[in-house]
Design a protein around this ligand. Sequence first.
Ligand SMILES: C[S@@+](CC[C@H](N)C(=O)[O-])C[C@H]1O[C@@H](n2cnc3c(N)ncnc32)[C@H](O)[C@@H]1O
Length: 325
Amino acid sequence: MTDRFKKLSTYLKGINNKDIEFDKNFFSDSENNFFLINNQIPNFFIGDTETSQVTNLQDKFYNEIKFPNYDDLDDFSLLIDKAKKSIFAKILDEQILFGSKILEVGCGTGQLSNFLSRYKRKIFGVDLSENSLIMGDDFRIKSGIENVYFMKMNLFRLLFKDEYFDYIISIGCLHHTQDPKKAFFSIEKKLKKGGFLVLGLYHKYGRIYTKIRKRIFSLLGKKAFFLDKYLRDKNISYEKRLTWYRDQYKSPHEISYTIQEVLEWFKEKNLKITKILPLDDLNEYSDIFKKKNNKIKNFTLKEMMLALNVNHASEGGLFTIIAEK
Ligand SMILES: C[S@@+](CC[C@H](N)C(=O)[O-])C[C@H]1O[C@@H](n2cnc3c(N)ncnc32)[C@H](O)[C@@H]1O
Protein backbone atom coordinates (compact mmCIF):
# COMPACT_ATOMS: atom_id res chain seq x y z
CA MET A 1 0.00 0.00 0.00
CA THR A 2 1.44 3.38 -0.90
CA ASP A 3 1.77 6.13 1.66
CA ARG A 4 -0.87 8.01 -0.18
CA PHE A 5 -3.48 5.30 0.27
CA LYS A 6 -2.51 4.80 3.92
CA LYS A 7 -3.00 8.48 4.54
CA LEU A 8 -6.33 8.39 2.72
CA SER A 9 -7.68 5.37 4.57
CA THR A 10 -6.97 7.01 7.91
CA TYR A 11 -9.28 9.85 6.91
CA LEU A 12 -11.98 7.80 5.22
CA LYS A 13 -12.73 5.79 8.30
CA GLY A 14 -14.09 2.30 7.79
CA ILE A 15 -13.20 2.23 4.13
CA ASN A 16 -10.73 -0.28 2.73
CA ASN A 17 -9.34 -0.81 -0.72
CA LYS A 18 -12.17 -3.17 -1.57
CA ASP A 19 -14.64 -0.35 -1.09
CA ILE A 20 -12.77 2.21 -3.09
CA GLU A 21 -10.46 1.58 -5.96
CA PHE A 22 -8.57 4.37 -7.55
CA ASP A 23 -7.10 4.61 -10.97
CA LYS A 24 -3.43 3.57 -10.94
CA ASN A 25 -2.46 7.06 -12.11
CA PHE A 26 -3.74 8.38 -8.83
CA PHE A 27 -0.79 6.83 -7.04
CA SER A 28 1.83 7.75 -9.58
CA ASP A 29 0.74 11.35 -9.92
CA SER A 30 3.08 12.97 -7.44
CA GLU A 31 2.30 16.50 -8.63
CA ASN A 32 -0.92 16.42 -6.61
CA ASN A 33 -0.45 15.23 -3.09
CA PHE A 34 -3.83 15.07 -1.53
CA PHE A 35 -4.68 17.01 1.60
CA LEU A 36 -7.80 17.61 3.65
CA ILE A 37 -9.97 20.68 3.30
CA ASN A 38 -11.27 21.92 6.63
CA ASN A 39 -9.84 18.75 8.16
CA GLN A 40 -12.62 16.70 6.61
CA ILE A 41 -12.81 16.67 2.77
CA PRO A 42 -10.04 14.99 0.76
CA ASN A 43 -8.87 17.28 -2.01
CA PHE A 44 -8.19 15.25 -5.15
CA PHE A 45 -8.54 18.14 -7.54
CA ILE A 46 -6.35 17.95 -10.65
CA GLY A 47 -6.63 20.55 -13.38
CA ASP A 48 -7.32 19.77 -17.00
CA THR A 49 -5.66 22.26 -19.35
CA GLU A 50 -8.35 22.15 -22.07
CA THR A 51 -11.23 22.92 -19.72
CA SER A 52 -9.55 24.79 -16.91
CA GLN A 53 -10.86 28.24 -17.77
CA VAL A 54 -14.50 27.40 -17.04
CA THR A 55 -13.62 24.96 -14.24
CA ASN A 56 -11.87 27.78 -12.38
CA LEU A 57 -14.85 30.10 -12.87
CA GLN A 58 -17.30 27.47 -11.56
CA ASP A 59 -15.04 26.62 -8.65
CA LYS A 60 -15.11 30.24 -7.52
CA PHE A 61 -18.82 30.75 -8.25
CA TYR A 62 -20.18 27.64 -6.50
CA ASN A 63 -17.86 28.15 -3.57
CA GLU A 64 -19.86 31.28 -2.89
CA ILE A 65 -23.39 30.12 -3.61
CA LYS A 66 -23.45 26.57 -2.18
CA PHE A 67 -26.31 24.91 -4.09
CA PRO A 68 -28.79 23.48 -3.14
CA ASN A 69 -29.49 25.26 0.09
CA TYR A 70 -30.06 23.15 3.25
CA ASP A 71 -32.17 25.94 4.66
CA ASP A 72 -34.02 24.69 7.72
CA LEU A 73 -33.21 21.01 7.25
CA ASP A 74 -31.94 20.18 10.70
CA ASP A 75 -31.82 16.45 10.51
CA PHE A 76 -31.98 13.44 8.25
CA SER A 77 -35.69 12.81 8.72
CA LEU A 78 -36.45 16.31 7.44
CA LEU A 79 -34.18 15.74 4.45
CA ILE A 80 -36.08 12.52 3.72
CA ASP A 81 -39.42 14.32 3.97
CA LYS A 82 -38.21 17.05 1.63
CA ALA A 83 -36.66 14.71 -0.94
CA LYS A 84 -39.72 12.48 -1.01
CA LYS A 85 -41.79 15.40 -2.18
CA SER A 86 -39.94 14.98 -5.45
CA ILE A 87 -41.34 11.91 -7.14
CA PHE A 88 -38.07 11.49 -9.03
CA ALA A 89 -35.89 11.45 -5.89
CA LYS A 90 -38.34 9.09 -4.21
CA ILE A 91 -38.22 6.67 -7.14
CA LEU A 92 -34.43 6.80 -7.28
CA ASP A 93 -34.30 5.87 -3.61
CA GLU A 94 -36.78 3.05 -4.06
CA GLN A 95 -35.23 1.59 -7.19
CA ILE A 96 -31.45 1.92 -6.71
CA LEU A 97 -30.34 -1.47 -5.45
CA PHE A 98 -29.30 -2.30 -1.91
CA GLY A 99 -25.53 -2.18 -1.40
CA SER A 100 -24.73 -0.52 -4.73
CA LYS A 101 -21.82 1.83 -5.38
CA ILE A 102 -22.92 5.26 -6.52
CA LEU A 103 -21.00 8.23 -7.83
CA GLU A 104 -22.71 11.61 -7.74
CA VAL A 105 -20.90 14.04 -10.04
CA GLY A 106 -21.35 17.73 -9.22
CA CYS A 107 -23.12 16.82 -5.96
CA GLY A 108 -23.06 20.45 -4.75
CA THR A 109 -24.07 20.40 -1.08
CA GLY A 110 -24.72 16.67 -1.30
CA GLN A 111 -28.43 16.56 -0.47
CA LEU A 112 -29.11 13.76 -2.95
CA SER A 113 -26.06 11.75 -1.86
CA ASN A 114 -27.09 12.04 1.79
CA PHE A 115 -30.71 11.25 0.95
CA LEU A 116 -29.77 8.04 -0.91
CA SER A 117 -27.51 6.82 1.89
CA ARG A 118 -29.84 4.21 3.33
CA TYR A 119 -29.83 0.54 2.27
CA LYS A 120 -26.10 0.02 2.76
CA ARG A 121 -25.17 1.85 -0.42
CA LYS A 122 -21.71 3.37 -0.76
CA ILE A 123 -21.92 6.86 -2.16
CA PHE A 124 -19.14 9.09 -3.44
CA GLY A 125 -20.11 12.73 -3.92
CA VAL A 126 -17.63 14.79 -5.93
CA ASP A 127 -17.69 18.48 -6.64
CA LEU A 128 -15.41 21.49 -7.04
CA SER A 129 -17.01 23.67 -4.41
CA GLU A 130 -15.25 23.26 -1.09
CA ASN A 131 -17.88 25.17 0.84
CA SER A 132 -20.71 23.08 -0.64
CA LEU A 133 -18.86 19.85 0.17
CA ILE A 134 -18.22 20.99 3.73
CA MET A 135 -21.90 21.82 4.13
CA GLY A 136 -22.91 18.37 2.88
CA ASP A 137 -20.33 16.69 5.07
CA ASP A 138 -21.40 18.62 8.17
CA PHE A 139 -24.94 17.42 7.58
CA ARG A 140 -23.65 13.87 7.06
CA ILE A 141 -21.72 13.94 10.35
CA LYS A 142 -24.64 15.46 12.25
CA SER A 143 -26.94 12.76 10.88
CA GLY A 144 -24.57 9.90 11.70
CA ILE A 145 -24.26 8.83 8.05
CA GLU A 146 -21.11 6.74 7.54
CA ASN A 147 -21.35 5.49 3.98
CA VAL A 148 -21.23 8.78 2.04
CA TYR A 149 -17.81 10.13 1.06
CA PHE A 150 -17.51 13.70 -0.17
CA MET A 151 -14.40 14.62 -2.15
CA LYS A 152 -13.17 17.56 -4.12
CA MET A 153 -12.54 16.23 -7.61
CA ASN A 154 -12.64 17.60 -11.12
CA LEU A 155 -15.04 15.55 -13.24
CA PHE A 156 -12.56 15.77 -16.11
CA ARG A 157 -9.95 14.07 -13.92
CA LEU A 158 -11.88 11.47 -11.95
CA LEU A 159 -9.47 9.33 -10.00
CA PHE A 160 -11.63 6.25 -9.55
CA LYS A 161 -10.95 3.01 -11.38
CA ASP A 162 -12.71 2.68 -14.75
CA GLU A 163 -15.99 0.69 -14.86
CA TYR A 164 -16.29 0.88 -11.08
CA PHE A 165 -19.74 2.26 -10.22
CA ASP A 166 -23.20 0.65 -10.38
CA TYR A 167 -24.86 4.05 -10.75
CA ILE A 168 -23.56 7.43 -11.77
CA ILE A 169 -25.83 10.40 -11.18
CA SER A 170 -25.16 13.90 -12.42
CA ILE A 171 -27.95 16.44 -12.28
CA GLY A 172 -27.50 20.03 -13.33
CA CYS A 173 -23.73 19.93 -13.59
CA LEU A 174 -22.27 19.02 -17.00
CA HIS A 175 -23.90 22.00 -18.72
CA HIS A 176 -21.78 24.26 -16.50
CA THR A 177 -18.53 22.86 -17.91
CA GLN A 178 -16.54 24.02 -20.93
CA ASP A 179 -17.12 20.79 -22.84
CA PRO A 180 -20.20 18.83 -21.67
CA LYS A 181 -19.70 16.08 -24.24
CA LYS A 182 -16.15 15.50 -23.07
CA ALA A 183 -17.50 15.56 -19.50
CA PHE A 184 -20.07 12.90 -20.46
CA PHE A 185 -17.34 10.61 -21.81
CA SER A 186 -15.23 11.21 -18.72
CA ILE A 187 -17.98 10.12 -16.30
CA GLU A 188 -19.29 7.28 -18.50
CA LYS A 189 -15.87 5.60 -18.33
CA LYS A 190 -16.34 5.07 -14.61
CA LEU A 191 -19.62 3.18 -15.04
CA LYS A 192 -19.71 -0.64 -14.88
CA LYS A 193 -21.20 -2.72 -17.67
CA GLY A 194 -24.81 -3.16 -16.65
CA GLY A 195 -24.64 0.00 -14.52
CA PHE A 196 -26.93 3.00 -14.94
CA LEU A 197 -26.26 6.61 -15.78
CA VAL A 198 -28.71 9.32 -14.70
CA LEU A 199 -27.94 12.57 -16.48
CA GLY A 200 -29.83 15.85 -16.04
CA LEU A 201 -29.08 18.81 -18.31
CA TYR A 202 -30.60 22.13 -19.29
CA HIS A 203 -32.95 21.92 -22.22
CA LYS A 204 -32.49 24.31 -25.11
CA TYR A 205 -36.21 25.17 -25.39
CA GLY A 206 -37.10 24.74 -21.71
CA ARG A 207 -34.43 27.30 -20.88
CA ILE A 208 -35.80 30.01 -23.16
CA TYR A 209 -37.99 31.56 -20.42
CA THR A 210 -35.07 31.67 -17.99
CA LYS A 211 -33.02 33.52 -20.58
CA ILE A 212 -35.82 36.02 -21.16
CA ARG A 213 -36.30 36.56 -17.42
CA LYS A 214 -32.56 37.03 -17.03
CA ARG A 215 -32.69 39.87 -19.56
CA ILE A 216 -35.68 41.46 -17.82
CA PHE A 217 -34.03 41.19 -14.40
CA SER A 218 -30.92 42.90 -15.71
CA LEU A 219 -33.08 45.79 -16.93
CA LEU A 220 -35.64 46.07 -14.12
CA GLY A 221 -33.90 44.44 -11.15
CA LYS A 222 -35.87 43.05 -8.19
CA LYS A 223 -39.12 44.67 -9.36
CA ALA A 224 -39.44 41.90 -11.90
CA PHE A 225 -38.79 39.00 -9.51
CA PHE A 226 -42.50 38.15 -9.49
CA LEU A 227 -41.87 36.55 -12.91
CA ASP A 228 -40.07 33.64 -11.27
CA LYS A 229 -42.12 31.08 -9.33
CA TYR A 230 -39.53 30.72 -6.54
CA LEU A 231 -38.46 34.34 -6.29
CA ARG A 232 -42.02 35.54 -5.72
CA ASP A 233 -42.82 32.90 -3.10
CA LYS A 234 -42.54 34.57 0.31
CA ASN A 235 -42.94 31.19 2.03
CA ILE A 236 -39.46 30.33 0.83
CA SER A 237 -36.65 31.80 2.95
CA TYR A 238 -34.73 34.77 1.62
CA GLU A 239 -31.49 32.74 1.71
CA LYS A 240 -32.98 30.01 -0.39
CA ARG A 241 -34.44 32.43 -2.93
CA LEU A 242 -31.09 34.16 -3.23
CA THR A 243 -29.35 30.83 -3.86
CA TRP A 244 -31.91 29.98 -6.55
CA TYR A 245 -31.53 33.41 -8.13
CA ARG A 246 -27.75 33.12 -8.35
CA ASP A 247 -27.78 29.54 -9.60
CA GLN A 248 -30.38 30.22 -12.28
CA TYR A 249 -29.53 33.73 -13.40
CA LYS A 250 -25.95 34.50 -12.45
CA SER A 251 -24.03 31.39 -13.43
CA PRO A 252 -20.83 32.36 -15.28
CA HIS A 253 -21.29 29.63 -17.88
CA GLU A 254 -24.08 27.37 -19.12
CA ILE A 255 -24.87 25.47 -22.31
CA SER A 256 -28.24 23.95 -23.14
CA TYR A 257 -29.10 21.07 -25.45
CA THR A 258 -31.94 19.34 -27.19
CA ILE A 259 -32.64 15.81 -26.03
CA GLN A 260 -31.90 14.54 -29.52
CA GLU A 261 -28.40 16.07 -29.42
CA VAL A 262 -27.58 14.39 -26.13
CA LEU A 263 -29.06 11.05 -27.22
CA GLU A 264 -26.29 10.98 -29.86
CA TRP A 265 -23.68 10.86 -27.06
CA PHE A 266 -25.47 7.88 -25.50
CA LYS A 267 -25.60 6.21 -28.91
CA GLU A 268 -21.87 6.70 -29.44
CA LYS A 269 -21.24 4.83 -26.22
CA ASN A 270 -23.90 2.23 -26.94
CA LEU A 271 -25.90 2.95 -23.80
CA LYS A 272 -29.47 1.63 -23.72
CA ILE A 273 -32.03 4.27 -22.85
CA THR A 274 -34.48 3.41 -20.06
CA LYS A 275 -36.24 6.75 -19.46
CA ILE A 276 -36.32 10.26 -20.88
CA LEU A 277 -37.92 12.86 -18.64
CA PRO A 278 -40.16 14.78 -19.03
CA LEU A 279 -41.06 13.16 -22.37
CA ASP A 280 -41.82 9.76 -20.78
CA ASP A 281 -44.49 9.61 -18.13
CA LEU A 282 -43.30 9.40 -14.57
CA ASN A 283 -45.48 8.13 -11.77
CA GLU A 284 -44.98 6.08 -8.61
CA TYR A 285 -45.14 2.87 -10.58
CA SER A 286 -42.64 3.79 -13.30
CA ASP A 287 -39.64 1.49 -13.49
CA ILE A 288 -36.95 3.98 -14.42
CA PHE A 289 -34.24 1.35 -14.90
CA LYS A 290 -36.17 -0.96 -17.20
CA LYS A 291 -35.15 -0.88 -20.85
CA LYS A 292 -37.63 0.99 -23.02
CA ASN A 293 -39.21 -1.07 -25.76
CA ASN A 294 -41.44 1.60 -27.16
CA LYS A 295 -40.19 4.63 -29.03
CA ILE A 296 -41.60 7.98 -27.95
CA LYS A 297 -44.23 8.90 -30.51
CA ASN A 298 -43.88 12.32 -32.17
CA PHE A 299 -40.55 12.82 -30.44
CA THR A 300 -39.59 16.02 -32.26
CA LEU A 301 -42.97 17.60 -31.73
CA LYS A 302 -43.06 16.65 -28.03
CA GLU A 303 -39.58 18.03 -27.59
CA MET A 304 -40.53 21.30 -29.28
CA MET A 305 -43.58 21.55 -27.01
CA LEU A 306 -41.20 21.90 -24.07
CA ALA A 307 -40.86 25.50 -25.17
CA LEU A 308 -44.53 25.95 -24.20
CA ASN A 309 -44.44 23.86 -21.05
CA VAL A 310 -44.53 26.55 -18.37
CA ASN A 311 -44.27 24.06 -15.53
CA HIS A 312 -41.12 22.54 -16.96
CA ALA A 313 -39.61 25.95 -17.62
CA SER A 314 -40.37 27.25 -14.12
CA GLU A 315 -38.39 24.34 -12.62
CA GLY A 316 -35.30 25.45 -14.55
CA GLY A 317 -35.90 23.58 -17.81
CA LEU A 318 -33.99 20.39 -17.01
CA PHE A 319 -34.38 17.10 -18.84
CA THR A 320 -33.06 13.79 -17.58
CA ILE A 321 -31.90 10.76 -19.53
CA ILE A 322 -31.47 7.43 -17.77
CA ALA A 323 -29.59 4.66 -19.53
CA GLU A 324 -27.92 1.29 -18.95
CA LYS A 325 -24.35 0.53 -20.05
C1 LIG B 1 -26.11 23.69 -10.16
S1 LIG B 1 -25.00 22.84 -9.14
C2 LIG B 1 -25.86 21.29 -9.05
C3 LIG B 1 -25.84 20.69 -7.68
C4 LIG B 1 -26.69 19.43 -7.50
N1 LIG B 1 -26.31 18.38 -8.42
C5 LIG B 1 -28.17 19.75 -7.67
O1 LIG B 1 -28.78 19.25 -8.61
O2 LIG B 1 -28.71 20.46 -6.84
C6 LIG B 1 -23.65 22.44 -10.23
C7 LIG B 1 -22.44 21.85 -9.48
O3 LIG B 1 -21.51 21.36 -10.44
C8 LIG B 1 -20.21 21.56 -9.91
N2 LIG B 1 -19.19 21.50 -10.98
C9 LIG B 1 -19.07 22.33 -12.06
N3 LIG B 1 -17.99 21.98 -12.79
C10 LIG B 1 -17.44 20.87 -12.19
C11 LIG B 1 -16.30 20.06 -12.45
N4 LIG B 1 -15.49 20.30 -13.49
N5 LIG B 1 -16.03 19.02 -11.62
C12 LIG B 1 -16.83 18.78 -10.53
N6 LIG B 1 -17.92 19.52 -10.23
C13 LIG B 1 -18.22 20.56 -11.03
C14 LIG B 1 -20.32 22.94 -9.25
O4 LIG B 1 -19.30 23.17 -8.31
C15 LIG B 1 -21.71 22.89 -8.65
O5 LIG B 1 -21.71 22.53 -7.30
